[in-house]
Structures are given as C-alpha cells and as structure tokens.
Ligand binder design. Structure first.
Ligand SMILES: [Fe+2]
Length: 228
C-alpha cells in the first residue's frame, strides 16, 4: 500500500465498534431503500439524496435553506455546470445516532484541517448505486477526477454479494495508479482531497435477473465555486 493510500484510508472500526457494525449496517441499508432515483442519471442506476449544512465557529452546524447541488463543468463533465435537485434525506437517517456521530467527527476533522475558515458549507450525500446484469451503474463523473470539494469523506456502507466492481482508484497525476481499494467493511473510509485524482470503477451484477447495489455516504467540505 503506497504512503498516499495509507494516509487517506481509515478503517471502519475507527467510526463504529466491530460488534455493533452489523446492526447499524442493517439500519442504514433500510434507510437507503427509501432514497429517490437520481433523475439526472439515465436508467435509474443511482438513488441519492443531498443535504447542505452551514457551519460557523459561532453557531456550529445547522441545515442550510437551499439544497440545490452545483459542481463546475471542470470537475464533472457529465453533470457539472447546472444546479441539481436531489430528494431529501430519509428522516430516520437524520435522527440516527451513528449518522450524527459520523457527521460531527467529520466536521471536527474539517474544522481542525482548515482553521482559517470561520464559515463553511458541508455537504451530505447518501448514494446507492443500482446495477443489473446488462445495465451497470457508475459514478458521475465516470473516471479519474478531482472534485470541486476541498475534502470528501467517502464512507462505505454496504455492497450486495452479487456485485462486481465498485473499487476505488487513487492516482497522483493521471499517468500512474498508486492505489486500488475494495472498501468492504462497514464505515471503511477514504479521505479524498484535491492533492490527487480519484475514481470508482463501475458496478455490475454477476447474475442475470438480479439487482446488485453499493451504498456509500459522502460528507464534504464544499468550495467557494459551489456557492450560490
Ligand atoms: Fe469524486
């Protein structure tokens, strides 16, 4: 494992004790069943929600009024350059104790890492990739990229046994690959920054007449270019 990958990978048991993982994995999976299709993706290959929070040193964390999501075209040549509207967060996820622990821990890391920021926007994106044998699911954007976001926590939640793909790729400069990770334990996490490129391989389904899925939770520090 390269030094880069060692630095950005956090084992799931740093977020949740191994003996409690299964119980929370089931709760998150059921809440993700409630996610609405990503209407910007062809063929319902993703379901997702989005909630923006504002954080200030004075007031702490609170939900933002608007939750339109914007990326620049430079960072996303598929869906960048337009405001996107996603469904709301499932209520029971918002009130879940582990969800709130993760959010608080991630925000604390961000605040510590960016001490000059007095106020910031934090994005929360629950995403389910849904694939069939002849209809793979994939990320937007598809291949190696840097996000507009200054920092992205990619928390792995679940993947069905009949799924193939969904591997994370890390590249320093787009000319070599420094890491390929198959996140597999509940809450295994990658901390992605604009210092390197990343991608996730498309998700397929091994068997005909079945659906496969992969669930992730992104917590992000949004950048100035995403502000409205
Ligand atoms: Fe990304």
């Amino acid at each position: 494992m390269s030094e880069r990958v060692k630095d950005i990978f956090v084992k799931g048991n740093e977020y949740i004790a191994a003996e409690n993982s299964g119980q929370y994995q089931d709760i998150f999976r059921k809440e993700y069943d409630r996610l609405k299709p990503d209407t910007y993706a062809k063929g319902e290959i993703r379901k997702r929600a989005y909630q923006r929070y504002t954080y200030s040193v004075e007031k702490g964390l609170s939900p933002a009024d608007s939750s339109d999501y914007f990326q620049t075209y430079d960072s996303n040549n598929v869906d960048g350059g337009v405001d996107r509207k996603f469904g709301p967060m499932p209520e029971n996820l918002l009130s879940n104790d582990l969800f709130n622990d993760i959010l608080a821990k991630d925000v604390n890391y961000i605040v510590t890492s960016f001490p000059h920021l007095r106020k910031m926007n934090i994005g929360v994106h629950p995403i389910r990739y849904c694939a069939k044998f002849n209809a793979p699911s994939y990320s937007s954007p598809l291949w190696l990229h840097k996000d507009d976001e200054e920092l992205v926590f990619l928390h792995f939640l679940s993947k069905s046994d009949n799924a193939v793909g969904g591997d994370s790729i890390i590249s320093e400069n787009g000319k070599s690959i420094e890491g390929v990770l198959n996140l597999s334990n509940f809450m295994d996490t990658l901390i992605l920054t604009r210092d390197f490129l990343h991608a996730v391989t498309p998700l397929g389904c091994k068997n005909e007449d079945e659906l496969s899925y992969r669930d992730i939770l992104l917590v992000t520090l949004e950048s100035k270019v995403q502000e409205k």
